[in-house]
Design a protein around this ligand. Structure first.
Ligand SMILES: Cc1cc2nc3c(=O)[nH]c(=O)nc-3n(C[C@H](O)[C@H](O)[C@H](O)COP(=O)(O)OP(=O)(O)OC[C@H]3O[C@@H](n4cnc5c(N)ncnc54)[C@H](O)[C@@H]3O)c2cc1C
Length: 396
């Protein structure tokens, strides 16, 4: 008999997806996504916004009231509190994502460490924050990470810098362990990802003895990542700790392909989108078959993969609430997944980026880019908003 009693799940239920939005808020979203749907406008607008901010023109208020509010929680943790509460009312957790790219000095790395520690303290105090997250490049010099991966000898200053970075990561993971707050280590570019993996596994061996506190990230657009998960699972078993794995498709596809071509090595990216989808789903199957050792988070906006994971949970007799399995999306996107999953009892969370408006501009421009029309087809988000507005009109 199945131990699960999950209600039927439909990602098309826009009534659930937009339950938290008033008609006025929905109209505001419509206007924003309609603007982003326009390729020319996004290209011209993005450039203009960046220039205006650089010149000190008074556009910050406008940005903050539109695209910033759609995709970010606030400029600091305090400003994110209403968003945390609002998501929490619908059983959706918040993952506070400090999205500021520092200038690469020790001072900025220390500042980022302190900010991440503050998110862990906040998670400890709140019932609505199931994870914290950090990027290793927010705490370490990426050139040094790259040298470590390439097995080049570090000079004394570089070695000292690397040790300071490792200490920052250790301080974060130690605090997470102390408070029982899970922490994601985000995945980045392949030419230093091995160093990130190494640091993540070092922390797991130290802090994942009782449960998965430290979680590494696997980018399944890379053809070697299922093997990486399998190996990590073997090592975790051998060394007696729990593995936490966030599965994503990967965010740096063009950069990876370009760099491989420039440096003359084989492209680490799968040859097609279908190959990535297949590897992603195969990895979900592997993790679920080893759920006694691996805790898993599907960090995806892909409906088929999310649905597959709910089915795999049923096959493995896991209740939707089983704390070893999570679903996560970005704030302001794919509410049809987040709200419907949470409504059906699955552990669901949103990355909620925060930071000063100027500092999160690169993140906002990536979101705008992602939401433009592709081959004349409206973006997924825009279509969903249109459908919900039509549904509400038909009810009046
Ligand atoms: C909660 C969360 C956490 C995340 N954390 C990270 C992280 O730590 N590191 C990171 O890199 N990204 C991260 N991402 C971003 C993620 O990697 C994807 O870029 C994004 O979510 C889009 O993929 P998708 O699975 O949602 O869905 P889809 O829209 O189905 O897939 C799009 C993705 O498929 C892949 N793809 C597209 N075309 C091709 C092609 N021709 N060949 C091969 N592959 C292709 C690319 O990865 C592309 O981003 C995160 C996303 C979420 C939601």
């Amino acid at each position: 008999m199945l131990a699960t009693h999950a209600p039927a799940l439909s990602f098309n239920d826009t009534a659930v997806a937009f339950a938290s939005k008033s008609d006025a808020e929905l109209r505001q979203m419509y206007a924003l996504f309609a603007a982003m749907n326009n390729n020319t406008l996004v290209k011209a607008g993005g450039g203009m916004m960046k220039t205006a901010l650089k010149w000190g023109l008074p556009v910050k208020f406008l940005i903050k009231k539109t695209i910033f509010e759609q995709f970010c929680g606030g400029e600091n943790i305090q400003e994110c509190l209403p968003v945390i509460e609002e998501l929490g009312r619908y059983n959706i957790g918040t993952i506070l994502d400090y999205s500021v790219e520092g200038e690469g000095s020790d001072k900025s790395f220390d500042h980022t460490r302190d900010e991440i520690l503050a998110t862990i303290d906040m998670a400890h105090r709140s019932t609505h924050i199931p994870f914290s997250v950090f990027k290793v490049t927010g705490l370490a010099d990426s050139a040094i990470l790259e040298k470590v991966q390439a097995k080049q000898t570090l000079n004394q200053a570089e070695q000292a810098s690397y040790e300071r970075s490792r200490a920052r990561i250790d301080a974060i993971c130690a605090r997470a362990h102390q408070y029982g707050v899970r922490v994601f280590v985000d995945a980045e570019e392949s030419w230093f990802q091995e160093t990130i993996d190494m640091l993540a596994y070092e922390m797991m061996a130290k802090y994942n003895q009782e449960s998965a506190i430290v979680w590494n990230t696997y980018q399944l657009y890379r053809h070697d990542r299922l093997e990486a998960i399998e190996q990590a699972c073997e090592t975790a078993k051998r060394d007696g700790y729990y593995l936490g794995g966030k599965l994503v498709r990967g965010a740096y596809m063009e950069k990876e392909s370009r760099t491989a071509a420039q440096r003359g090595y084989q492209n680490p990216i799968n040859p097609t989108k279908e190959a990535t989808d297949q590897l992603y789903n195969e990895s979900l199957r592997f993790c679920m078959a080893h759920v006694d050792r691996i805790s898993i988070c599907a960090g995806t906006h892909n409906e088929a993969s999310s649905l597959l994971l709910t089915k795999l949970m049923q096959e493995h007799n896991l209740r939707p609430q089983d704390t070893r399995v999570w679903f996560a999306q970005l704030y302001g996107m794919s509410d049809n997944l987040s709200y419907n999953l949470a409504n059906a009892g699955y552990n669901t969370a949103k990355y909620v980026p925060y930071g000063p408006v100027e500092a999160v501009m690169p993140y906002l421009l990536r979101r705008a880019d992602e939401n433009t029309a592709i081959a004349g087809q409206s973006s997924r988000e825009f279509s969903l908003i249109q459908r919900e507005i039509a549904r509400r009109k038909s009810k009046k």
